[in-house]
Every structure is written in structure tokens, then in C-alpha cells.
Design a protein around this ligand. Structure first.
Ligand code: SAH
Length: 202
């Protein structure tokens, strides 16, 4: 999977490639989907949600320029795959999931797999995770129509956020947001993507 779908398509960050090699994706998909675990496509994980495509996980990981000192926030734990890939590289991962079942499953699985640097929260990621802010980087794996302001607030100066933004009904733009040292926010459109919607809790 790594050489066929990732290294050949522009994923070159060594730490990212190594993490993609280390995390056993077949452990994170439902039994019936196991034979497809190393194909480069999203797969259903129940509750109408999906485990992201390996290329997308690798791309988003590489985009934040991960290193061992970083504290990273993820919105949309889902299967826990992206969280595991991050946890292989960075110091601490904070991940929020709105669907309780998915959050519990991911927590159990990642604990079983031995990750001790992933912290879980059930709730609406719209508000970020104030207590542990600011974050060196933020990865959002569900698509809101606009960037939640709290997430920008909770990003460190010099930090990067990668997030799909756009309407639910069509494709979204994958955006790389940088909080510059002079306080300005730089937003770059990367390419069109299709993510599950970012839902709001009341
Ligand atoms: N990162 C996951 C991808 C999961 S798909 C993986 O690697 O497998 C996106 C997830 O975002 C879904 O599980 C969905 O329930 C969750 N989600 C959607 N809106 C959310 C919100 N407001 N806060 C937290 N999670 C949300």
C-alpha cells in the first residue's frame, strides 16, 4: 500500500511513510471489510461513517509537517486510523468524535493496540478542546461549510490546520490554514475532496 499508493503519489515525508507502514489498518475496519483494508479507498465503519482513504490520511499528516514534539488536535475520530498514524509520530494526540459508539470503539481498539498518547473526547468538535489548547496543528476529518472560529483560536502561532471546507451536497476544498507569526491567517486551497459532513450537536 505504501509504495503503490503513497510514495508514488507525492507522499515523501519519512515519518509519515513510516507511520503508514506501522499502523495495521485491517485492525481498524469491520471484519467484513478486512480483505479491502490495504486498498486505497475509504471503507464503511458503521453509523453511516467511513474510515478515510490511506492517501488522504497520509496527505493530511504530511501537510502539518509532523514532528515528535507536537501536540495535535483531530476532529472526527471515526475509526481512529488517523489518530493512530499521528500518534506514531507526535507527542500527544487529542481527538474528538460526536458519535458515541464510534468514539468508544476507537478508544477500545487504540488502547488494545497499545497507544498511550491519544486522548479521547465525545462531543462537538466545533468548539475545539479549550483545556489543551493551543495546538501545534489541527486535522479536521469531516467537512464544515465554514471553518469553526474556535479552531483558529486554538491553533498556535506558526501552527497549521488542514480541513475540508464546503457544502455537504457537493465536493469541498481541502484547505491548509496557517496562523502566521504576524497574526494573519493564510488559507490555501489544495484540491477538491469529498468528506462526510461536519455535524453540529445541540
Ligand atoms: N479520522 C477518521 C475519519 C472519520 S470520518 C478516520 O481516520 O477513520 C469523520 C468523522 O467525523 C465521523 O466519524 C463523524 O461522526 C465525525 N464528526 C462529524 N462531525 C463532527 C463534529 N462536529 N465533531 C466531532 N466529530 C464529528
Amino acid at each position: 500500500m505504501v509504495s503503490q499508493y503513497l510514495a508514488s503519489r507525492g507522499i515523501s515525508d519519512k515519518a509519515t511513510l513510516e507511520a503508514m507502514r506501522n499502523v495495521e489498518r485491517h485492525k481498524m475496519v469491520p471484519e467484513a471489510m478486512r480483505e479491502h483494508a490495504y486498498e486505497d479507498r475509504p471503507l464503511p465503519i458503521g453509523n453511516g461513517q467511513t474510515i478515510s482513504q490511506p492517501f488522504m490520511v497520509a496527505y493530511m499528516t504530511q501537510a502539518i509537517e509532523p514532528n515528535p514534539d507536537m501536540k495535535v488536535l483531530e476532529i472526527g475520530t471515526g475509526s481512529g486510523y488517523q489518530a493512530a498514524v499521528l500518534a506514531e509520530i507526535v507527542d500527544k494526540v487529542y481527538t474528538i468524535e460526536t458519535v458515541e459508539d464510534l468514539a468508544e470503539n476507537a478508544r477500545n481498539k487504540l488502547n488494545e493496540m497499545g497507544y498511550e498518547n491519544i486522548h479521547f473526547r465525545i462531543g462537538d468538535g466545533y468548539h475545539g478542546w479549550e483545556e489543551h489548547a493551543p495546538f501545534d496543528a489541527i486535522i479536521v476529518t469531516a467537512a464544515p461549510e465554514n471553518i469553526p472560529p474556535k479552531l483558529i483560536e486554538q491553533l498556535k502561532t506558526g501552527g497549521k490546520m488542514i480541513i475540508p471546507v464546503g457544502p455537504i451536497s457537493s465536493t469541498q476544498q481541502l484547505q491548509l490554514v496557517e496562523k502566521r507569526k504576524d497574526g494573519k491567517i493564510n488559507t490555501k486551497n489544495l484540491f477538491p475532496v469529498r468528506f462526510v459532513p461536519f455535524t453540529r450537536r445541540n
